[in-house]
Design a protein around this ligand. Structure first.
Ligand SMILES: Nc1ncnc2c1ncn2[C@@H]1O[C@H](COP(=O)(O)OP(=O)(O)O)[C@@H](O)[C@H]1O
Ligand SMILES: [Mg+2]
Length: 273
């Protein structure tokens, strides 16, 4: 068996006594679309923040291709091939789509070329390569018509797509998507789902997808982990997880899009007959 891309090994993270992550383990394979779902406050975003070491867990280990990420700097982790989008959009609103994507590219520029002496020639060549890569991403995400607009003027769904583009510009091996369809209407959600699937199929990039809502995840994920109060309560293929009694129990009363809600209706219908 090949080594997993990312391994999270029994991590624990507390904030002044509040247990945000309480002994969670999972792994993501090369090219896999792995989803983490759970209600607000379950610890989903905290897991992302421990992967890029914005938060350092008090216990446990996180390994990237077998090597521990613990104590490494977030910007260094990004250069290893782990890119992310945020629950709240973090773009430069007054800069154009093109410039925001070019910035994503620059975090990936080879460190140390400046010291190499030949920097002018190399800088020019790199800039051309960056530009061409960014144009490819613009085509891929179908945002050609927006490329010269300041991000602040774009519809919300397109802004989220630009944010995805900026993460792709880093040419990651693993993409962390934090609630990529939050606040989107149905059409925007379907578009985003299509792009996420295309990223896996056409670019072969593994993804760790965090979602509050189960609906999207059940359609597109290879495997799903369910978190509740910082603990893993289930993990497996979507069809299996959505039938798990513990999962159903955890989300009873939540509008969580569990397929089992259909079963409840059937039960109610037969009960009233
Ligand atoms: N920087 C922080 N300081 C204090 N508590 C935090 C911080 N970040 C997250 N938490 C707490 O950790 C828990 C998990 O939060 P979070 O990971 O944001 O959950 P989710 O993304 O699943 O909604 C919550 O109780 C939250 O209040
Ligand atoms: Mg969150």
């Amino acid at each position: 068996m090949t080594e997993p891309l990312l391994e999270v090994d029994d991590i624990r993270l507390s904030f002044k006594g509040v247990r945000a992550i309480d002994g969670v383990s999972f792994h993501v394979d090369e090219g896999e679309l792995f989803a983490i779902i759970g209600p607000n406050g379950a610890g989903k975003t905290s897991i992302f923040n421990t992967i890029n070491q914005v938060y350092v867990p008090q216990e446990g280990d996180i390994r990237w291709r077998g090597e521990s990420l613990m104590g490494k700097r977030p910007d260094h982790i990004a250069t290893l091939g782990i890119a992310r989008t945020f629950q709240n959009i973090e773009l430069f609103p007054h800069m154009t789509v093109l410039d925001n994507l070019m910035l994503g590219r620059h975090t990936q520029m080879s460190a140390g070329w400046f010291a190499g002496g030949l920097w002018l020639g190399r800088a020019k060549k790199e800039e051309l390569e960056n530009r061409s890569k960014v144009e490819d991403i613009i085509d891929f995400l179908e945002i050609e018509s927006w490329r010269k607009y300041p991000v602040a003027l774009l519809p919300y769904g397109i802004q989220k797509r630009v944010e995805l583009g900026r993460a792709l510009a880093m040419e990651p091996k693993l993409l962390l998507l934090d609630e990529p369809v939050a606040g989107m209407n149905l059409e925007e959600t379907e578009d985003m789902a299509r792009f996420i699937l295309d990223i896996r199929e056409e670019l072969g990039i593994a993804m760790l997808l965090v979602e509050h809502d189960m609906g999207l995840v059940m359609d597109i994920a290879d495997r799903v982990m369910v978190l509740d109060f910082g603990q893993k309560i289930a993990e497996g293929p979507p069809a299996q997880v959505q039938r798990n009694p513990e999962v159903i129990k955890a989300y009873l009363g939540e509008d969580f899009g569990v397929v089992a809600a259909g079963d409840d209706e059937t039960l109610e219908a037969s009960a009233t007959e």
